[in-house]
Each structure stands twice: as structure tokens, then as C-alpha cells.
Design a protein around this ligand. Structure first.
Ligand code: C2E
Ligand code: MG
Ligand code: MG
Length: 603
């Protein structure tokens, strides 16, 4: 090896064992020196060293050893090594020692724990070897002891970290409940245990909180999170320890009931709904929530876990459709319905391109003059095989799939085009207005305002002739954003109707903040004007209240679904401004609507 710098290192001093002297005096001196030399090494060693005799009793121990175990040398002497061990470690230690004594081993190594004087346990690594005399007889054993506390702690920390990582990979950080991954693991295991013969089944409850978004948006995410945690706690209390409550995402929870049957599962769903019915105290707010629950049962071990979950989800949607706080059990017909819906989705995608959508128009009649004041545009789908499909069926599908945006754009464009055509053709309808239904998703589309502005420009329409009909729920989703958008529309002088009023979760104080131009009372109240005497009275009061409310907001009221002359009379009596319904006309196609405008009938 070449060195670049410095002097050449000194050669290390070689240890040359001195020759054993033969002179007795020198021999004595020699032995004493040797003895001192070994004692210095023994005492000064950082490693603990203990010497035990062949009976396994300590005869000597160095300072490091005594520091480890906390005893004095006097206390350790004569102590059998077994009494210094953790009792559980003797079963391994004693046989090894015996083999050493019997000459079957020259040494052994093991990890064990010492029981220290203060009662604590010290993890150590021990290497014991035997020392023999000149005749080969075993004389004593030397135990070299290394304190491995640090290594143990590092290992424990590593294990704990691993455990924490595993926990966080399998649990929801907010509620601490098992997450989707862990749920699927347990579900797969539970399904495998199902036994058709023995009647052992497992059930999945798919739970979705009703109107969680409203609470979250109105009271804030912090309160929303608190609600989710409280719901999680109540759910945990509703099931057995062997069941799994998992957070599936957002406000969805999945409960896996292991070893159950349909009636038990439904009973648990009922219990959950009762538990959730009690008010929640959220940071001083009293909040109420309900849940829609779908139940699916696996009875065969070959059932696919993801199918089971999908079935429960489907049943949950059925429950939601039936109103709030409902429970539905999956059956095969739901599967068929879901397939049919899937087909409808596919067909709807083509409907726009193939020109299968139509607009029908229904008049709004001014109750003072009895003349047509406006038309509502209502979408229709002429399905090539199924015939005319009601918007009540395809609008929700369009909303769920996002198709509502192109569909809504088409409706707006077609209504504007048709209105411009009528205005050009029939000069008397110069003041004619057309209203178009706008869905919640459209309201959240930042391009909506621009789209409407462009349409009005293209067809040279005064903004006041195009009205938008919105439902309360569409504004509840994001009240601040929709209020801002509505004000922008108002700025353009596009008028807004509140549709189906009374069916949503009317927040009356909130109505004042919206730039509304009319309120349409839902037809259920108008039908109620003719029910049993008590029904009639109740609905009359409701309509009267809505009319009064509208007066205070200085907007007119439209009654939807007017079917009979009696209803019309009652509405006139109550001071309702406009009416719409089969009594005047059903929604009709554009040609018939044009004829109606030309005829200018009076009611
Ligand atoms: P809506 O906006 O409340 O429309 C009024 C619904 O009541 C129409 O149903 C109409 O045909 C029906 N109707 C009118 N008069 C009477 C009556 O005297 N008695 C009864 N029983 N019903 C009457 P339609 O056309 O089936 O529409 C249902 C819903 O679908 C509409 O309710 C609206 O929310 C939605 N919709 C229709 N077209 C569109 C559209 O282009 N876009 C969006 N987003 N939604 C639409
Ligand atoms: Mg409407
Ligand atoms: Mg309506």
C-alpha cells in the first residue's frame, strides 16, 4: 500500500508470551503478574462476566456484571444462576448448562432475562463456555453477558411502528373504524364461513346518512366530522364484538354481521335506526340525522364479497328512494331493475345524438284574466322501443350520470329557439314567457350564466321571456354558491321560479335572500284542497300561508296541478296569482302549443 502523507506507522508491538520461568521465586512472581494482568482485564471489561462453578453457583463476577443485576459481589456469590434468571427462561437455560457440564457442548449462546435486585428484568445475550484444567477436567464456567436492552427497545419500536402503519392502512383516520380494505378482508373471510346446509349466513348492511351534506355545509366540516364520529360510536354499540362496523367513505358505513340470518339483520337495522334517532350534541348544536339502510345476505361460501356489497348498496338506494330513515332488503328483482336502469343509461347517451328528445309545453294561466301567461317546457323522450318515457324516470338517471349537463343545454337551446320562432310568427305573443327546469347539477355548472347569455343573444330574446325553474333542494346543496349564481342571473334580468315549493326542507328565512320571481306551490297541496274536510282545511291553510309569504316577498304564486274547477275556485278565493294543470291543458307538443297561443282561450 502506498502512503501519500506522513511518516510510516510504527510497527505494532507484538505480544510475545514470556517463557514460564523454572526458578520457584521467579515462577511465583510470574504467576502473580499473570494473575494481576487477568484481573485487570476481568474487572475493566465493559461486558459483564460471571464465573460459576460446576454446580451452577456464582463464584465471581465483574463490576459490569454487578452493575447490570444490581447486586454486590457478596450477594451474588453462592447464588445459583437459575435464581438470577427470569423464571420462564430456566426451561431453556438449565438443559444447556447441563450439556456443557457433561462435556457435550464446549459453549452455548442464548438470549434471556435477568431478574435484577430491584425486581426489574434485563434482557441479555449470554455466552457461556467451560474452562478445563490441565487434565481436561471441567473446572468452572465463564458467562459473558451483553446488555441488549437497546436492541430490544429498537425492535419494540420497529414492531410498534409496523403495527401503527398496518393500523392506519386498514382504518379510517377520522372515526378509527376499519376502512374499506379491512372490511373487504373480513367480508371475504365471513362469506367463506357461510354454510347453506347449516343455515349459517352473513349479512351486509349498507348505511348512508340522510341529508348529511346539508348538515356538513350548514354547520361546517368540523361539526360534520363530529357527527360522523358520534354516528360511528353509536353504530359500534349496536353490534356484537364479532361484527364489523366500517366506514366506507363520506357518510357511508358498512356493517358486517357474521353468523346471522335475514330477520336478525333487519332487526339490527331497526336497532340502528332507533339509536340514530336520538339527537346528537355537536359542539353545542343539537343535530338530528337518520340513515337509509340496505341489507344483503350471503348464504353460500361461493358468493362474491363485492357482489354482496353491491347488492346492499342497491338495496340502500331503494331505501333512499322510499324516503328517509328506511330500510330495504336486497332481492333479485332489484338486480333486474338495476340492469334495466343500466340499459336506460346507455340508451340515454344515444338519445341526444339521435334526436329522440322533445319538448312539450304546458300553459301557466293568469287567474285574474284567465289567459295564458307563460308556458313551461317539459322534456320528453321518445324511446325507439319503449315509447314515450316520462322525465320522472330519465331525469334522475341523467342527473346521476352527469348526462344532465348536455341534456339541460339541449333543453335550454331548444326552448329558446322555439320561443324565438313563436315570437316571430305570432306578433300578439310578444310578452310570452317560457320557463325551463334547471337541475341542481346545472346550477353548479360555472358555464350556465354564459350559456344563457349566449342563447338570448343568438335569438335576440329579451331576458325576461326566459325563466328558470329551480327546486329548493338544488339550492340547499351549496347555498352560498347557488345564491351567488342566482344573483348573477338576476343581474342579467333572467327570472327565477322556485319549483315544487313545500316538498323540500324549506328554510323560510333563507328564501328572503334569494332573488326569486315566483313561487310554484307543489301539486300535492292543490290536490289536498279537495280531500276530506280536515285535509281540505289543512291544505287550505298551507296554501294561504304560502300566498301570504309570497306577498311579503313581493312575488306571485303559481299553483301546480290544477285539475278541477273546484280547485280553481278555491285558488282564486285564496288570492293565488297563476295556475297550471290538466284543467287548462296537459303538456302538449309544440304544434299544439302554438295552436293554443293563437286561440288565446279564457278560463
Ligand atoms: P315539474 O317541473 O314540477 O313539472 C310539472 C309536472 O307536473 C309535469 O310532469 C307535468 O306534466 C305535471 N302536471 C302538470 N299538470 C298536472 C296536473 O294537473 N295533474 C298532475 N297530476 N300532474 C300535472 P312531467 O312532465 O312528468 O315532469 C316531471 C318533472 O320532471 C318536472 O316536474 C321536472 O321537475 C322534471 N323535468 C321535466 N322536464 C325537465 C327538464 O327539461 N329538465 C329538468 N331538469 N327537469 C325536468
Ligand atoms: Mg317545473
Ligand atoms: Mg313542479
Amino acid at each position: 500500500m502506498t502512503r501519500l502523507h506522513g511518516p510510516a506507522p510504527e510497527a505494532p508491538e507484538l505480544f510475545i508470551p514470556p517463557a514460564v520461568p523454572t526458578d520457584p521465586g521467579e515462577l511465583l512472581l510470574f504467576l502473580r503478574t499473570q494473575e494481576e494482568w487477568f484481573r485487570a482485564v476481568f474487572e475493566g471489561a465493559a461486558m459483564g462476566i460471571g464465573i460459576v462453578n460446576m454446580e451452577g453457583r456464582f463464584i465471581e463476577a465483574n463490576a459490569a456484571f454487578l452493575r447490570m443485576v444490581g447486586y454486590d459481589l457478596d450477594e451474588v456469590r453462592e447464588m445459583p444462576f437459575t435464581s438470577l434468571n427470569h423464571p420462564d427462561d430456566n426451561a431453556r437455560n438449565v438443559p444447556l448448562f447441563r450439556q456443557l457440564v457433561a462435556g457435550k457442548l464446549s459453549h452455548y449462546q442464548m438470549e434471556k432475562r435477568y431478574r435484577c435486585k430491584d425486581g426489574s428484568f434485563l434482557p441479555v445475550r449470554l455466552t457461556t463456555s467451560v474452562v478445563r484444567d490441565a487434565a481436561g477436567q471441567p473446572r468452572f464456567c465463564v458467562a459473558m453477558v451483553e446488555d441488549i436492552t437497546e436492541r430490544h427497545r429498537a425492535e419494540a419500536e420497529r414492531r410498534e411502528l409496523e403495527e401503527r402503519l398496518r393500523h392506519s392502512a386498514l382504518h379510517d383516520p377520522l372515526t378509527g373504524l376499519p376502512n374499506r380494505v379491512l372490511l373487504m378482508e373480513r367480508l371475504a373471510a365471513a362469506v367463506e364461513r357461510c354454510d347453506e346446509e347449516e343455515g349459517v349466513a352473513c349479512a351486509v348492511l349498507f348505511l348512508d346518512l340522510d341529508r348529511f351534506k346539508v348538515i356538513n355545509d350548514s354547520l361546517g366540516h368540523f361539526v360534520g366530522d363530529q357527527l360522523l364520529c358520534s354516528v360511528a360510536n353509536r353504530l359500534r354499540e349496536c353490534v356484537r364484538g364479532t361484527d364489523t362496523v366500517a366506514r366506507f367513505g363520506g357518510d357511508e358505513f358498512v356493517i358486517l354481521l357474521d353468523g346471522t340470518d335475514a330477520s336478525q339483520a333487519v332487526a339490527v337495522a331497526g336497532r340502528i335506526q332507533r339509536e340514530l334517532a336520538a339527537p346528537f350534541d355537536l359542539d353545542g348544536y343539537e343535530a338530528f340525522t337518520t340513515a337509509s339502510i340496505g341489507v344483503a345476505l350471503a348464504e353460500r361460501p361461493d358468493e362474491r364479497p363485492e357482489h354482496l356489497l353491491r347488492n346492499a348498496d342497491m338495496a340502500m338506494y331503494r331505501a333512499k328512494g322510499a324516503g328517509m330513515a328506511q330500510c330495504a332488503v336486497f332481492d333479485r328483482s332489484m338486480h333486474a331493475a338495476a340492469l334495466e336502469r343500466l340499459q336506460l343509461e346507455t340508451d340515454l347517451r344515444h338519445a341526444l345524438q339521435r334526436g329522440e328528445l322533445r319538448l312539450h309545453y304546458q300553459p301557466l294561466v293568469h287567474l285574474g284574466t284567465g289567459r295564458v301567461a307563460a308556458l313551461e317546457a317539459l322534456a320528453r323522450w321518445e324511446h325507439p322501443e319503449q315509447g314515450m318515457i316520462s322525465p320522472a324516470r330519465f331525469i334522475p338517471v341523467a342527473e346521476d350520470t352527469g348526462m344532465i349537463l348536455p341534456l339541460g343545454s339541449w333543453v335550454l337551446a331548444e326552448a329558446a329557439r322555439q320561443l324565438a320562432e313563436w315570437r316571430a310568427e305570432i306578433p300578439e305573443v310578444d310578452a310570452l314567457e317560457v320557463s325551463v327546469n334547471v337541475s341542481p347539477k346545472q346550477l353548479r355548472d360555472p358555464g350556465l350564466v354564459e350559456e344563457i347569455r349566449a342563447l338570448l343573444e343568438e335569438h335576440a330574446l329579451p331576458p325576461r321571456c326566459l325563466k328558470l325553474e329551480l327546486t329548493e333542494s338544488s339550492m340547499l346543496d351549496d347555498p352560498a354558491a347557488s345564491a351567488a349564481l342566482l344573483h348573477r342571473l338576476k343581474g342579467m334580468e333572467v327570472e327565477l321560479y322556485l319549483d315544487d315549493f313545500g316538498t323540500g326542507y324549506s328554510s323560510l328565512s333563507y328564501l328572503h335572500q334569494l332573488p326569486l320571481n315566483a313561487i310554484k306551490i307543489d301539486r300535492s297541496f292543490i290536490h289536498g284542497l279537495e280531500g276530506s274536510p280536515s285535509e281540505r282545511q289543512g291544505n287550505t291553510e298551507i296554501v294561504r300561508t304560502i300566498v301570504t309569504l309570497a306577498r311579503s316577498l313581493e312575488v306571485p304564486v303559481v299553483a301546480e296541478g290544477v285539475e278541477t274547477p273546484e280547485q280553481l275556485a278555491a285558488l282564486r278565493e285564496l288570492g293565488c296569482d297563476y295556475g297550471q294543470g290538466y284543467l287548462f291543458s296537459r303538456p302538449v307538443e309544440s304544434g299544439a302549443a302554438r295552436d293554443l297561443l293563437l286561440a288565446d282561450p279564457r278560463w
